[in-house]
Write a protein that binds this ligand. Structure first.
Ligand code: URA
Length: 413
């Protein structure tokens, strides 16, 4: 087979056969196709799209590029949640142990922060001792013993995506619906799941900037998952403002713990509950929404979800009681009186990156201690000179950088 001829055909609007897609992915993963040709291949897909058959073949081939987990029947149903990424989005930290108390198991393979959106692994690593580099066997053992685990992809899982995603990241080919669909679903198929709920975000702090694009991605994910025998439901959520009141790694773990211990953070709880409800119904452990809500209520109110979180943290080597390190808090004051109209998630995401709490390149180090805490949220009345945001910064210069972003992010009228 000839890569140039394959790229030409797609460039000119043609389609690929399953065996051609398989050949390309296998050879690219093995290092026989160079990055410059793979970049042209990805750009051709970016402009011409893929048919449903092509996307199915790409997803299957990518999943099969590494190990696929298999689980004994007594551990089923296995459920996971995937989010397309947001600012202040600590839903996974709450949902995994919460669902694990409701009759399902949750093997969650998560990712790291990139750009303005946070990453679950970076957040979890704020907990002293906690490991997110479990081997597949360790990961499976924690899922079997505790009911849930959250860890990173190993080299054994979907190596094709690791390589292709890194290439897409630097060639402006991430926002392609078939490529995103295959990237997300190949990793989820490799987890050996029964059920997947997808939290598709749109808006200022998401990579799908409008609802229409998010709907297209949601339909694509559901359709391709269904063809591959995975029960999946996509739920759309706006991501114009950060979720919850805290953004930054340690701070987000703090807020997740507060919710698990019974604190009400309305927007965060509402997104988490909605995804939990869908998952329990799709998994067949709840008959209808009221039943799912009841299972979730019991698990949260009884303290079971919090205990399960502690058990998961301990099983992954962490200490759930250890204090989380946070940097010095500088107060950012409201510049005028009025109603706090909005907090722009895009600027907030970058404010945390510039404090050192996120990364612009995959290899950047992350400072877990920094972040932002909002003392008021949209719709509240604020007064000039009141403390509005606590900026947890390593130094005064970090605070000043964040303050500039806050001036752009916060609208008071
Ligand atoms: N998240 C993924 O895992 N893959 C993509 O392509 C985009 C978002």
């Amino acid at each position: 087979m000839n890569v140039v001829e394959l790229i030409e055909r797609k460039r000119d609007g043609g389609a690929w056969r399953d065996d051609e897609i398989r050949w390309f992915i296998e050879n690219y993963t093995a290092g026989h196709v160079p990055d410059y040709q793979a970049a042209a291949w990805a750009m051709a897909v970016y402009f011409q799209g893929m048919t449903r058959e092509e996307t199915v073949a790409l997803t299957q081939t990518m999943a099969a590029s590494g190990r696929i987990l298999s689980w004994p029947d007594h551990l089923r149903p296995l459920v996971d949640k995937h989010s397309t990424g947001g600012v202040g989005d600590k839903v996974s930290l709450i949902l995994a142990p919460w669902l694990a108390c409701c009759g399902v198991r949750v093997p969650m393979i998560s990712g790291r922060a990139l750009g303005p959106t946070g990453g679950t692994l970076d957040k979890l690593e704020s907990i002293p001792g906690l490991r997110t580099d479990l081997s597949i066997d360790e990961f499976a053992q924690v899922v079997a013993d505790v009911g849930c685990a959250i860890s990173g992809a190993t080299r054994e899982i979907v190596p094709a995506d690791k390589k292709l995603y890194a290439l897409r990241d630097v060639t402006a080919t991430v926002p392609s619906i078939p490529l995103i669909t295959a990237s997300i679903l190949s990793k989820k198929l490799a987890e050996g799941l029964d059920v997947l709920v997808l939290d598709v975000k749109y808006g200022r702090g998401a990579f799908m900037k409008n609802r229409q694009q998010a709907e297209q991605l949601a339909r694509s994910l559901e359709a391709i998952a269904a063809e591959l025998g995975l029960r999946a439901k996509a739920v759309l959520h706006p991501m114009d403002q950060p979720l919850g009141r805290k953004v930054g790694n340690s701070l987000e773990v703090q807020e997740a713990v507060e919710v698990l211990r019974g604190k009400s953070v309305p927007d965060l709880l509402s997104v988490t509950r909605r995804l939990g409800c869908e998952a329990l119904q799709l998994a067949g452990v709840a008959e209808g929404e009221p039943h799912a809500q009841q299972l979730l209520d019991t698990a949260l109110r009884s303290g079971a979800a919090w205990e399960r979180f502690c058990a998961m943290v301990r099983a992954q080597g962490g200490d759930p009681e250890a204090p989380l390190a946070v940097a010095h808090a500088y107060a950012w004051k409201a510049p005028r009186s009025g109603i706090l109209l909005s907090i722009d998630a895009h600027h907030i995401g970058y404010a945390v990156v510039e404090l050192g709490g996120g990364r612009l390149r995959q290899e950047d180090a992350v400072d877990h201690r920094v972040g932002l805490e909002f003392l008021a949220t949209a719709g509240e009345e604020v007064h000039a000179g009141d403390d509005l945001v606590l900026v947890y910064a390593a130094d005064e210069a970090g605070f000043q950088r964040a303050a500039q972003r806050l001036q752009q992010a916060i609208v008071i009228q």
